[in-house]
Write a protein that binds this ligand. Structure first.
Ligand code: SAH
Length: 216
């Protein structure tokens, strides 16, 4: 943290950066203002928590860039009564933002280590409408389905079939798709009475959605 800047000043700059990158939805900005990113970044990268960049977390994964988190959350159009599934808990940052916007949030990650760390933060923040599981999220969460909203924060080649199946009619899923190491596209899928509508939103870069559980 820059010694010349107070935490409040850094937070102001953080929100300004979000707005300048197109995060304009008032509810999303309020949820992000309430969620202190420094709680989700450990080690020497904690000093950079308020910068608009992705940062490394355990298990070779990353906490996403805040403006991308904001744009994805905005694209998801979460309503206060929604039941939401997030695939790819990672640090838990995105899940906590969703918990401020939705009635109920389920989040899953394939790495137990990340899940344990994220759960500690959820407990410290006393968040009661968020449930986290260690699981392969490409199968969704059949016991809790169907969902109003699904957010995937790891890239698959195509939207996984089980996730499409677990989306309610009128529901929205936002996810990055494409080959894992090349440029991916953030897409929004809306389930209609008769099928699915697809919109391309922007180029993004995420870690790959992998099959099965992680070793740690
Ligand atoms: N949303 C996170 C960032 C996620 S990074 C945050 O706010 O910090 C992507 C995460 O997806 C990684 O933690 C990775 O372990 C997880 N992941 C990849 N494939 C997965 C799968 N099949 N099921 C569940 N999680 C998966």
């Amino acid at each position: 943290m820059n010694a010349m800047s107070t935490r409040a000043e850094l937070q102001m700059q953080f929100l300004f950066a979000l707005r300048s990158k197109g995060v304009t939805d008032a509810r999303v900005l309020t949820a992000m203002e309430k969620t202190d990113r420094a709680m989700f970044v450990t080690g020497h990268f904690a000093d950079r928590a308020y910068e608009d960049m992705p940062l490394p977390i355990a298990c070779g994964q990353t906490i996403s860039q805040p403006s991308v988190v904001g744009l994805m959350t905005q694209a998801l159009q979460v309503n206060p009564r929604d039941k939401v599934l997030e695939v790819g808990t990672g640090s838990g940052y995105q899940a906590v933002i969703l918990s401020h916007l939705a009635r109920r949030v389920y989040t899953v990650d394939r790495h137990k280590t990340l899940m344990n760390e994220a759960r500690k933060v959820f407990q410290a923040l006393d968040i009661t409408n968020l449930t986290a599981f260690t699981a392969d999220g490409s199968h969704g969460l059949p016991d809790q389905a169907p969902f109003d909203r699904i957010l995937v924060t790891a890239a698959a080649e195509d939207p996984p079939g089980p996730l499409l199946a677990q989306l309610k009619v009128g529901g929205i899923m936002v996810l990055p798709v494409g080959q894992s190491d090349s440029i991916q596209t953030l897409i929004r899928v809306t389930r209609t009475e008769s099928g699915f509508e697809y919109e391309e939103l922007r180029p993004v870069r995420f870690v790959p959605l992998l099959e099965g559980l992680g070793k740690d």
